[in-house]
Ligand binder design. Structure first.
Ligand code: ZN
Ligand code: ZN
Length: 286
């Protein structure tokens, strides 16, 4: 079987990072080190037109479509054939609910080789939050909880207000000044975390982990056609109970599939465990 040297296909090439929020500080060193690419940023690239967290621009599509559109726009605006983009969403955890989550996606598009590779990191490590503050003490208590001033804040008169919106606040005097100005005109002031990467080190860490995940996915090649991005498309439950041998709901297999040639592969026991504890068995411990 022929094998493909991924690094040889990427080393020395210009890779455009489609960001305007400083994400290259964490993404670029990891990619350069792992793949030998030369990372570049286009300072005139406006990623905000694809949606903003603070709602001035509504995101029109799902994260992967948005990400693809962003990457393709960046390629078209630059003389480049290799791009990486990232898209994050914040809100209630999609599976667990109640707790806030940071759902991050990252995509690499290589026009020269015809690759589109996607990775996702769903993290509960986020300071994502917002509240109506009636007093400075309420505001400062919130600020401390969300790790201000290392993490930036946004202030406005109400959660949806698009006028008089103050973003990227990361020092105490600007926070109190802005609060006093807004509270003179309104009964409450809405404060929320600024989720743009350069104002949010916690998010920047998640983006770092996501970059490492993407690098691993790039290195995972199809056993048949060698296209990178050979990845899990299905998690199959049914790990047998170690006491009664019946199927449990725990993960037994991963199904991998190649996007290029549809080749499939089942890999057993991805968590390194071949049997489940009877504690998680619906028969032994209903
Ligand atoms: Zn394939
Ligand atoms: Zn059992």
């Amino acid at each position: 079987m022929k094998t493909v040297d991924i690094k040889a296909l990427l080393a020395g090439r210009k890779l455009l990072i489609a960001t305007k929020h400083g994400k290259e500080t964490v993404i670029a060193p990891l990619l350069k080190n792992a793949l030998g690419v030369e990372c570049i940023v286009d300072p005139s690239f406006d990623s905000d037109r694809f949606g903003t967290f603070s709602g001035e621009v509504e995101r029109l599509h799902d994260p992967v479509t948005t990400l693809r559109n962003k990457c393709l726009a960046a390629l078209n605006e630059n003389a480049c054939d290799l791009v990486i983009g990232n898209e994050g969403s914040f809100g209630s955890h999609p599976y667990i609910g109640v707790i806030p989550a940071d759902d991050e996606w990252m995509m690499l598009i290589d026009r020269k080789n015809g690759w589109e590779i996607v990775a996702r990191e769903l993290s509960v490590k986020t300071n994502f939050a917002g509240m109506e503050a009636q007093s400075l003490s309420e505001l400062l208590a919130f600020a401390e909880k969300v790790k201000f001033p290392e993490h930036g804040l946004i202030l406005r008169s109400s959660p949806k207000s698009q006028t008089d919106i103050h973003k990227g606040i990361n020092d105490l005097s600007r926070l109190t000044d802005t609060f006093h100005r807004l509270i003179q005109k309104n009964e409450t002031v809405y404060v929320e975390t600024d989720m743009r990467a350069l104002f949010n080190p916690t998010r920047m860490n998640v983006i770092g982990r996501l970059t490492e995940k993407l690098i691993n996915t790039i290195r995972s090649t199809c056993p048949s056609c060698q296209t990178p991005g050979f990845d899990v498309v299905e998690a199959i439950p049914g790990l047998p109970c170690s006491y009664c041998g019946l199927r449990t709901r725990s993960l037994k297999q991963h199904r991998y599939q190649c996007k290029q040639c549809q080749q499939e592969e089942i890999r057993n026991f991805p968590n390194g465990k071949e049997q489940e504890d009877p504690m998680y068995c619906d028969f032994c411990n209903p």
